[in-house]
Write a protein that binds this ligand. Structure first.
Ligand code: SF4
Ligand code: SF4
Length: 173
């Protein structure tokens, strides 16, 4: 049987220095790879490919393209369990957020997040609020979800450059 060719990873040696400048990612060099973050992560319990410990190591090694182009970076729910339990105070949740920020700046946005941004631009919410949601709210004694000022959303998206990054066309407001 023919052996599978080894995978070639593109390494960017400057990447960790870029990352170290971002708030939340300053402590990645303190990680001693104990794996506590992975052991306690609720996503890692269900998804084999998601390993916060590995994300820290890949970031330090400069495997930028591997991190940015895959799905794993976008699976974190931001529950902060790893953040609270890391013995080295690496702040893994914030580091993942910093990696996402860099990924977005370089044009890597996961399709699921693009859909959320698209909905924000169209509805002012991350999903469309229909009569169904408002009826559920009424059952719980809540008023209908307030209407969002889409002109304001459009202005924020233009000002932050989110529309250009995502390629989403904004209504002129
Ligand atoms: S818990 Fe902290 S020190 Fe341990 S592997 Fe995760 S980030 Fe590194
Ligand atoms: S914040 Fe993200 S990486 Fe950390 S435990 Fe929660 S889901 Fe896992």
């Amino acid at each position: 049987m023919q052996k599978e060719a080894p995978k070639i990873f593109k390494v960017d040696p400057k990447f960790k220095h870029e990352l170290l400048k971002i708030t939340g990612a300053e402590k990645i060099m303190l990680c001693f790879q104990c794996g506590t973050c992975t052991a306690d992560c609720p996503v890692a319990l269900r998804v084999n490919e998601f390993r916060p410990r590995q994300i820290v190591e890949d970031a330090r090694l400069g495997l930028k393209e591997t991190l940015f182009s895959g799905d794993t970076l976008w699976l974190c729910t931001g529950c902060y369990t790893c953040y609270e339990r890391c013995p080295q105070d690496v702040k893994v949740t914030d580091m993942i957020a910093a990696l996402r920020t860099l990924a977005v700046k370089e044009g890597y946005i996961h399709p699921s997040f693009r859909m959320l941004i698209d909905s924000m631009a169209k509805n002012g919410y991350i999903y469309e609020i229909t009569d169904f949601e408002n009826e559920l709210r009424a059952d719980m004694g809540l008023p209908a979800a307030p209407k969002v000022n889409l002109d304001e959303v459009s202005k924020i998206m233009k000002k932050t450059g989110l529309n250009k990054l995502t390629g989403i066309t904004m209504e002129e407001g």
